[in-house]
Design a protein around this ligand. Structure first.
Ligand code: ADP
Ligand code: MG
Length: 490
């Protein structure tokens, strides 16, 4: 059997979260409005005689994405008409960009591999057709018509479904860092299409016929649809059959791609310069000012977190995956440093930071997921979070009790010391109460005491367990152990 290598290029559309639509002042509700046709006007419904006015915020968003991906920004650009008929496209054409996209020639790194970004351009989204069940008519909702849509096209540098998924996830992360889109695939804010072809060993890389796969609405399906397509094409080629150049849709229920239509080529669209919008000119000064607006991007943040907080790579990756989570951690970290400086926390900074990261990564994220919350929903102030970390770091509360306090803080936004006292969760760390508890346990377990004296180390563990139980889990294990040993040997 001949060996085939997959070649994959992605086309990704991202809805931009601007205040208004692309060419009019209708509110941009991303097409997620509850009621149909509420955010519409004569421009986005394509009434004759109306004129489009480009949205500067949308243009800037696309250019920011371009800078973040190392693209060159074109100083001369324009919009073009892409002509096709579809009932959700009232003008009979889409305003898009053809040969002068805002951004060209960038790249995105996934792990060690670089994926080339061919271009990023700006266009308008279409409306939506609604097919009500049990009736013989179709409705159209123009809320989404004219929503600014960024389209990014990659070089055919991708070789597996997994790489394609990682690319899309990374792109989502960057869009979120730039705050140009939430890029939620499940909500249609980000739509990924995969072009897939195979070439035979020894043949030219682009010699295979490419198939475009659409209708992919989750990262998992990006990977699955491509894997399916690679397998389908391999089987056809093995049987000596031809691959049809076509558009296929991913059918999530059947777990396969299904033929939709034979693909049009660019000349079918009769692109021509949009006569209602003059060409756009930018200068170096404009580009440099835009560059200054770039936030710290995921890669840079990841490197800095490693250096600045001395955290392991895995922890850093989780913290920086979400910009808001990363910012929360930094606020907590800065509170911790302050508390250490003024001796409110008597512990090593590195230990406290490590604890803070651990509690955010495991506990806080658990609560977020359980409640389907975003960081913006969090009621725990970084100051209170730092205080809780301080209580753990100084041994005033043990980790199981800290989890209980954190859960309560999450619920009420309350103060950790107060919750600890109300729930009587302070750690027993030596002192009279602990001495008494140990006395009780030793008196009840004379045979274990004798065992320990005769050299059986296990007996000590048992006694420890009894003290922990007696204290309701609040005894500091180390001081309990010291106390037991002291009493037995005296
Ligand atoms: P079209 O004009 O058909 O849209 P493009 O050249 O614009 O084709 O490429 C569209 C996408 O297809 C790009 O992401 C590109 O990387 C990818 N692509 C191009 N050639 C191939 C190929 N032989 N196999 C897989 N993907 C390809
Ligand atoms: Mg295309």
């Amino acid at each position: 059997m001949p060996k085939y290598t997959p070649v994959i290029g992605m086309e990704v559309h991202v809805e931009l979260k601007t205040a208004s639509k692309m060419f009019c002042d209708s509110k941009n509700g991303l097409g997620l409005e509850r009621e149909p046709n509420v955010n519409i006007c004569p421009v986005c419904t394509g009434q004759p005689g109306t004129l489009p006015v480009p949205n500067a915020q949308a243009i800037e968003a696309v250019q920011l994405a371009g800078l973040a991906l190392g693209c060159t920004l074109r100083l001369d650009s324009k919009f073009d008409r892409k002509n096709y008929f579809y009932p959700d496209l009232p003008k009979g054409y889409q305003i898009s960009q053809y040969d002068q996209p805002f951004c060209e020639k960038g790249k995105l790194k996934i792990g060690e591999k670089e994926i080339g970004v061919t271009r990023i351009h700006l266009e308008e989204d279409t409306g939506k057709l609604i097919h009500p069940k049990g009736v013989d008519y179709t409705l159209v909702d123009f809320n989404r018509a004219g929503v600014p849509l960024m389209e990014l096209v990659t070089e055919p540098d991708i070789e597996t479904g997994e790489e394609a998924r990682l690319f899309c996830q990374k792109l989502q992360q960057i869009c979120r860092y730039l705050e140009i889109s939430d890029a939620d695939m499940e909500k249609g804010m980000m739509r990924c299409e995969a072009n897939v072809s195979l070439y035979k060993e020894g043949a030219d890389k682009l010699s295979g016929t490419k198939v475009e796969v659409k209708n992919i609405n989750s990262f998992k399906f990006v990977e699955k649809a491509i894997a399916f397509e690679i397998e389908r094409q391999t089987e056809l080629l093995d049987k000596g059959k031809e691959i049809a150049q076509e558009t296929r849709g991913w059918d999530a229920n059947r777990g396969e791609t299904v033929s939709q239509r034979k693909k049009e080529s660019a000349h079918d669209y009769r692109y021509f310069p949009e006569p209602d919008i003059p060409p756009l000119k930018f200068d170096e000064n404009y580009v440099e000012n835009l560059r200054k607006k770039l936030p710290e991007l995921p890669e840079a943040k990841t490197v800095r977190f490693g250096v600045e907080y001395g955290l392991p790579k895995n922890d850093v990756e989780i913290l920086t995956a979400d910009k808001d989570l990363a910012e929360y951690f930094e606020e907590v970290a800065s509170e911790i440093k302050e508390k250490i400086a003024c001796h409110e926390i008597e512990a090593a900074g590195s230990l406290a930071l490590k604890l803070a990261a651990n509690y955010i990564i495991t506990e806080l994220r658990k609560h977020l997921a359980e409640h389907d919350h975003k960081m913006a929903d969090i009621r725990i102030t970084p100051e209170n979070y730092a205080e809780l970390v301080g209580l753990v770091a100084c041994g005033k509360i043990n980790s199981s009790a800290a989890q209980i306090v954190l859960a309560e803080m999450y619920r009420t936004g309350g103060d950790p010391s107060q919750i600890m006292e109300e729930k009587n969760l302070a750690q027993l760390d030596g002192g009279d109460a602990m001495e008494k508890m140990v006395d009780v346990v030793l008196a009840k377990n004379e045979s274990s005491v004798a065992d320990y004296k005769s050299g059986k180390e296990n007996a000590l563990k048992f006694l420890m367990g009894q003290v922990m139980k007696e204290s309701g889990g609040k005894a500091n294990p180390k001081s309990a152990m010291d106390c037991i040993k002291k009493k037995i040997s005296s």
